[in-house]
Write a protein of this length. Structure first.
Length: 347
């Protein structure tokens, strides 16, 4: 059975499974899910806890022995297996499949892992654990989901934020849920139950947002110029190489150009998505961007990316970051004045 982190509390109030798998890239959500399982196990008498950490050379027989050994101090136990980013391999996979097939009596097995890609999630050991118990995926909270997450978190802690306060805190905490949770706890100490406005956020909360190159391209594709500029500034401040930023932008514009080419010839777009290996989840974003960018616009942006590449390599004088900002804003739908001799509206 699969559950989202926000569904786990309801499940634990009703039952306690013999096996849990908590995995995902969002550290805060994974930590809180594991803590909730530990607390529920303690409440049901699993007071003895044993931890096994998988590292190079880990003996998987230790897992089998721990499950088979009787408890020393209590009749019920919680056994944690911490995979982290390690891969179980063939030996570990067999051991995990055995654990799923034959759960130990009076033992709750909690397996924690980092981010697992789709190939791992289709593997035998993952599907065996998921089928035998409960899998909780701590996935990253996307930018469009973050305001709702922050508002729920704030209200659950007794805060009464205004819409502006939620929006501002979301902007300053994007990509950093752990910092968001810490700032909410700090705000709880600074307020007295009164409505929490944007002014209080400005005074008390610093900018802790973290971005990656894909966040930047996504903002531009969605037509969000202010966020596009803010993310690029963050990437520059974090020391991200401009070549990586330009690569990410160039890749998406090539896909948009292929979509525009197919649309001009009244061809199906699914073949383009398949050729460029576009996930189903990203298709709406690309389709939205393709509505405001025709083939000529795509070709201009491809030339702009080529110029940015020359700036990055020092072949032409100028600022690569300024060129990247201009290109991102153009993709976001902002009409900018031409800034180099080779650019023309009709070229």
């Amino acid at each position: 059975m699969r559950l989202r982190p926000d569904q786990l509390a309801t499940h634990l109030r009703k039952a306690l499974a013999s096996l849990y798998l908590v995995h995902g890239e969002e550290v805060l959500l994974a930590q809180e899910a594991a803590d909730a399982i530990r607390a529920a196990a303690r409440e049901r008498g699993h007071v003895e806890r044993e931890c096994l950490t998988v590292s190079a050379g880990f003996d998987w027989n230790a897992l089998r022995q721990s499950l088979a050994s009787p408890s020393l101090f209590a009749s019920r136990r919680l056994l944690e297996l911490r995979l982290g980013d390690a891969k179980p391999g063939e030996t570990g996979s067999k051991a995990l499949i055995e654990c799923a097939a034959r759960p130990a009596a009076d033992v709750v097995l909690l397996v924690t892992a980092g981010k697992l890609d789709w190939q791992v999630q289709k593997g035998r050991w993952f599907t065996a654990l998921e089928s035998a118990g409960v899998a909780v995926a701590a996935q990253a909270v996307e930018a469009r989901q973050l305001p709702a997450w922050i508002e729920r978190r704030m209200r659950s802690r007794g805060l009464n934020p205004t819409a502006d306060a939620v929006a501002l805190l979301s902007e300053r905490m994007e990509g950093n849920l752990l910092a968001a949770a810490q700032e909410i706890e700090k705000l709880l100490l600074l307020t007295d139950g009164q409505p929490l406005g944007a002014e209080a956020i400005l005074l008390a909360v610093g900018d802790c947002a973290r971005y990656n190159i894909y966040d930047w391209v996504e903002a531009a594709l969605l037509g969000q110029p202010e966020r596009t500029a803010r993310i690029l500034s963050g990437l520059r401040g974090e020391g991200v190489e401009p070549a990586l930023v330009n690569w990410a932008l160039h890749r998406e514009i090539r896909t948009l150009a292929a979509l525009a080419f197919a649309r001009d010839r009244r061809q199906g777009l699914e073949a383009v998505f398949a050729a460029h290996k576009v996930w189903e989840k990203r298709k709406p974003t690309l389709l939205q961007a393709s509505q405001r960018l025709d083939l000529a616009g795509c070709r201009r942006l491809l030339r702009d990316c080529a110029r940015a590449d020359r700036l990055i390599k020092g072949i032409e004088p100028g600022s690569p970051w300024e060129a990247l900002l201009d290109n991102g804003l153009r993709l976001a739908g902002v009409a900018l004045l031409p800034d180099w001799p080779g650019w023309s509206q009709d070229s």
